[in-house]
Design a protein around this ligand. Sequence first.
Ligand code: FNR
Length: 348
Amino acid sequence: MRSPADVRGFEAVARERLDPAHYDFFAGGAGDEITLRANEAAFGRLALLPRVLRGTDKPELDVTLLGCRASLPVLVAPTAFHRLADPEGERATARAAATAETIMMVSMASTVAVGDVAAAAPGARLWFQLHVQPDMAFTETLVRRAEAAGCGALVVTVDAPVFGRRGRDERNGFHDLPDGLCCENMRDGDRVRPIEFSPAISWEHIGRLTELTSLPIVLKGILHPRDARTALDHGVSALIVSNHGGRQLDTAPATVDVLPEVAAAVAGAVPVLLDGGVRRGTDVLKALALGADAVAVGRPVLWGLGADGERGVVRVLDLLRAEIEDALALCGVASVHDLEPGMVRRAW
Ligand code: FNR
């Protein structure tokens, strides 16, 4: 196979190889998929204003987040069910993230248990994504599993008080993993618990989590600047501006459109990450210029995994790295830390 030249090329290959219902599960969003499309479209509406003749030949791409270094400002967002894309599943993704020297957020809905992911990818920098379960005792079990696996942070997803209504899955009748696969983190004795989504989860639970563990807590799914402030009051260590890749509240705003307001509310107190619609190195520059410390990618990683397993994920992350280096040079910027809001213009 000739390797695709960009993320969209990987999507095309993955689409050919995957079961159509599984492709739709990965690709789809909630409702009319307005937010899903908006995430990408919003990046397209922003222009980068380049500088010239600044003699910057050694670009600096690495970032350190919560004591964890990443060699590029692109992390692997938590996504469910990697074994639908490749038999090695999350093991392959974690090895690829280790090769790229970046952080992988392992989904609570992974098809390989987080401890086995860690064992399969020595040197991988893993964070564990958690949906707080109404049964706090089982939530604690999950936290202990993440700690035992050596995870460096807990990424608590807060934009899923109910599970998003995804039309493609409805139409395809895709509701469960095929036989032989399950959410391995949810094992409890000889049964596998379903992941529960509860609208009753509140800030109080975040407080309890901070008491339960010394791991830094990252809140994933913040869009409102006031929630960003409240998160700081609750001792959260980082935020991810996210609308869950358009899979939860349809017609929620594109993440890059609300990023400046959230970044202003946080005012540098903790790192701010963004995910949703990042497909190009130029998207990464725009997000960083508008106040993100790093971005995360969900579907691009799944497309790499579905197209060519571990190698595909390595290639996708390498492509993004190359595109970031290229865009930095073309913008006359030496370091991802030097990007600033004045470089981004609303255009078109
Ligand atoms: C997700 N996402 C997600 N988020 C989370 O907190 N826990 C999860 O288990 C999942 N699972 C999941 C599955 C699939 C197939 C997708 C596409 C997404 C959301 C994910 O972390 C991230 O917010 C988005 O994927 C970012 O948007 P892009 O990069 O896919 O556009």
